[in-house]
Design a protein around this ligand. Sequence first.
Ligand SMILES: C[S@@+](CC[C@H](N)C(=O)[O-])C[C@H]1O[C@@H](n2cnc3c(N)ncnc32)[C@H](O)[C@@H]1O
Length: 242
Amino acid sequence: MSTDWNLIEVAESYEDYEPVRERAFGWPVLFEQAGLARSRTVLDYGAGTGRVAEEILRSHDVSVIAADRSPSMLKVAQRKRQDPRITYQLIGADQRLELPDGEIDAAISTFVFVCIPDTEVVQTIVSEVYRVLRPGATYAMLDVNPDSVGVPFDIGRYGEPGRKYEAGEAIEMRLARPGGESVSLVDYHWPKDVHLGRLRTAGFREVGVVEPTLPAEYDGPGLDRMPVERTSPPYVIYTAVK
Ligand SMILES: C[S@@+](CC[C@H](N)C(=O)[O-])C[C@H]1O[C@@H](n2cnc3c(N)ncnc32)[C@H](O)[C@@H]1O
């Protein structure tokens, strides 16, 4: 069964997961790829509890539109992260944003498409992001690396080792919790070429991927838990220019 992001319990417990890897080598690369240093307005599509929006504001002088389909995720976001520089927006079933065409300087999404089983929904989102970006702006999407099936990361494992998953197939993401427990999320497997095709269909150009690994010089939190991340990229960042 899919993870139901509309449940308040899911929204609350999402915050239990400590984004150590994202902080170390996920978010910084994503922000750079999206060109946030050159931006004033940033869209975070599928912003969840606003964690990434908050992180953006730590290092960038921008305003963020944090949009999501789940009222529960936005409720947690608004309770924990009230900031005049963040505007929260609830997205309806048509996936439309309450934004005019062509005015946003940069857009990001993190761990959103891995939650969506329906290819038409993903295509609609990518096209909607295209609509609101200004010409020349970049959309950068960070997601679980579909080539990391079965890799034994200390922090968790995506899918069963040796199994081949079809496009759109449900796949278990088992995340390790402190104390040896683990928690499972149901994700959906989208090969890289599927997303790249969607970006091109929406009209984006200069479509590509970046697959960061933990830098050799990293000496921050969680270092002892990330030996595999030095050689196997747990994320993929798709980049595309309008
Ligand atoms: C794994 S959470 C990631 C949240 C946030 N981006 C982060 O990295 O902390 C996935 C988010 O995608 C949102 N989501 C799922 N389907 C969506 C859709 N069709 N449109 C917009 N958001 C969606 C969920 O409500 C949830 O907040």
